[in-house]
Design a protein around this ligand. Structure first.
Ligand SMILES: [Fe+2]
Ligand SMILES: [Fe+2]
Length: 184
């Protein structure tokens, strides 16, 4: 593996660059999928869930852009990902949040894999950069688990779905509290 001092043009190995571009693809896909979920919720009248997911979509785009800056700043080339396979319709509000949890767990696994790679290759700069994502995923998992839990706690009958939608609006605050402040 090339050490940064050995290459004046770049501090990233090609392999690390490819893994970071894969992460860019995951964040871009998250942003697109959450936008699609927000639109479905809005069309079904789940107003607060919709607002939550529109905002989440923006945040995922920010996660992606942060990686663009890092990769290009380290001498690599960040690539705009091809986004395919977006789900547009859902059976229920619960299915939306089941997908959110599943998706966030996959993103965490991908971040962990990247962090492991940087340690093995002694790329401490990228390791350090990725700690922000480690913290962010901890908070996002707390939020996604709580969202799924709401369906069990409140139940979907009667005014249940309306109440769940209201509670979704408090998730971000809950995530910050339970993760000890969490990522910015
Ligand atoms: Fe993300
Ligand atoms: Fe996320």
């Amino acid at each position: 593996m090339k050490k940064s001092a050995n290459n004046p043009a770049r501090s990233l190995s090609k392999e690390t660059e490819a893994l970071l571009n894969n992460q860019i693809m995951m964040e871009g896909k998250s942003s697109a999928q959450y936008l699609s979920m927000a639109s479905w919720c809005e069309s079904k009248g789940y107003e607060i869930s919709s607002q939550f997911l529109y905002k989440h979509s923006e945040e995922e785009r920010m996660h992606m852009l942060k990686l663009f800056g890092y990769v290009n700043g380290a001498g690599g080339h960040a690539l705009q990902p091809e986004i395919k396979g977006i789900q547009h319709t859902f059976k229920s509000l619960r299915e939306v949040f089941d997908h959110v949890l599943e998706h966030e767990l996959a993103v965490t696994a991908s971040i962990n894999n990247l962090v492991d790679h940087t340690l093995k290759n002694k790329d401490f700069a990228t390791f350090n950069f990725l700690q922000w994502y480690v913290n962010e995923q901890r908070e996002e998992e707390i939020i996604a688990r709580r969202a799924v839990e709401l369906f069990e706690l409140i139940g979907e009958d009667g005014v249940g779905l309306f109440m769940i939608d209201q509670e979704i609006g408090k998730l971000e605050q809950f995530g910050q509290k339970m993760s000890g402040g969490g990522a910015a």
